[in-house]
Design a protein around this ligand. Structure first.
Ligand SMILES: C[S@@+](CC[C@H](N)C(=O)[O-])C[C@H]1O[C@@H](n2cnc3c(N)ncnc32)[C@H](O)[C@@H]1O
Length: 372
């Protein structure tokens, strides 16, 4: 066997291993979410539990959602960004459909939401209430559909490439074995300027194999959680060059035996937004650009939060790095901002959100601070 053949065999063996592991985990997860759990309060820990109160417009949308759908909600964050009118949205691991039905109201009748889940019982609840919600929203036709499928095979579910404006997901990636594949496929399904906006559980280190093999820890969204640096590398490999944190919170597991098994491992619920934009830089660079928010986004009349460190008060000119400029200018947010500057002047790395000097001394001979 030559080197190329050996490499091909190694890749095939790796894929077979992932497939074997996936099959076992799928059965366990389907059993957990389809049979073991009947409602949110059956969860043993607080890992799959949204921590912050939703804003007013989401609370209003929640009031229209059927109790049975809400009872079977197992999300860990708020996965509904702003400015959704008219969008085509895909929800990965949509469960009983709560987030799909919230989004369906915000995209309006001209938008559309597709939910994918592999657990029949969860899908049955989601589908059962399609007509209830259509009527409640006052739409002539339902703008939601649910598809049974495995999100590790998104490329086999018949979705057109670059056909979604937004991909959301709530507490699901941690339950999946081939997380890189899900991110790769999601990137391909997004239109240019689209984004993946999702909440999940992350850990401060890699979970040991013994804990990954524990079906309760996996089912409770704990031991499948990615070490956050692994996630950042997967996201960048998929093409999402500059992942942005929207919100993060430590999770208290609140279960003595599970805490004992986890030892020092700490877990967090984090909402990330990953834009699909050409030419984003791996380090934010300053081109001397600025933006001013017009106050036109629904639910954000006075100020708009792009992420956890970019707040734009209405009417105030704010300097931004090149990546942030693109996240506002090359996306659905474009109409909501005035833009200033161009790409002709380069001021180097923007200290506010980029890297530090990668050398031991500054130009003045002062020692620099290492990031490690
Ligand atoms: C923690 S629940 C979250 C459900 C929903 N997002 C919510 O917020 O209520 C995880 C869901 O992901 C689904 N799921 C897990 N792995 C999946 C996979 N590989 N493909 C499709 N669905 C999956 C499960 O069936 C379950 O409904």
């Amino acid at each position: 066997m030559d080197v190329l053949q050996e490499q091909e065999v190694a890749v095939a063996e790796r894929l077979l291993k992932i497939k074997d592991m996936s099959n076992t985990i799928h059965e366990e997860v389907q059993n957990y979410y389809g049979k073991e759990l009947q409602q949110s309060s059956d969860l043993k820990t607080t890992a799959c539990c949204t921590l912050t109160a939703p804003p007013k417009h989401i609370l209003e949308a929640l009031r229209n959602i059927h109790d049975e759908v809400q009872d079977k909600y197992y999300g860990c964050g708020l996965t509904i960004p702003d400015q959704l009118k008219g969008l085509r949205i895909l929800d990965l691991g949509s469960g009983s459909g709560r987030d799909c039905y919230i989004a369906a109201q915000l995209v309006g009748e001209e938008g559309f939401v597709v939910g994918v889940d592999m657990t029949s019982e969860q899908l049955a609840v989601a589908n059962k209430h399609l007509e209830y919600h259509r009527e409640k929203f006052g739409y002539a036709r339902s703008n939601v559909s649910f598809v049974k499928g495995n999100i590790e095979s998104l490329d086999e579910l018949g979705f057109e490439l670059e056909s979604f404006d937004l991909i959301i997901s709530n507490c699901v990636l941690n339950l999946v074995v081939d997380k890189q594949k899900v991110l790769n496929d999601a990137f391909k399904l997004l239109k240019k300027g689209g984004e993946m906006y999702f909440s999940d559980v992350y850990a401060d280190r890699r979970f040991p194999k013994t804990l990954q093999n524990n079906p309760i820890l996996w089912g409770e969204c704990l031991s499948g959680a990615l070490y956050w640096n692994d996630f950042l590398n997967y996201a960048r490999n998929a093409g999402f060059t500059d992942p942005r944190v929207v919100e993060d919170k430590p999770i208290g597991v609140d279960h003595k035996e599970i805490e004992a098994l986890m030892g020092d491992i700490k877990v967090y619920s984090v909402t990330y937004r990953l834009f699909k934009i050409d030419g984003l830089e791996s380090e934010c660079e300053d081109y001397g650009q600025a933006v001013s928010y017009k106050g036109t986004i629904d639910g954000a009349t006075h100020s708009f939060d792009l992420d956890d460190h970019h707040n734009f008060p209405k009417g105030k000119m704010i300097t931004v790095c090149g990546n942030t400029y693109k996240m506002l200018n090359d996306t659905r947010y474009r109409e909501a901002f005035d833009f200033y500057g161009n790409w002709n002047t380069h001021y180097g790395i923007y200290e506010g959100c980029g890297g530090k000097i990668p050398f031991s001394k500054t130009a003045d001979g002062e020692p620099t601070v290492s990031c490690c």
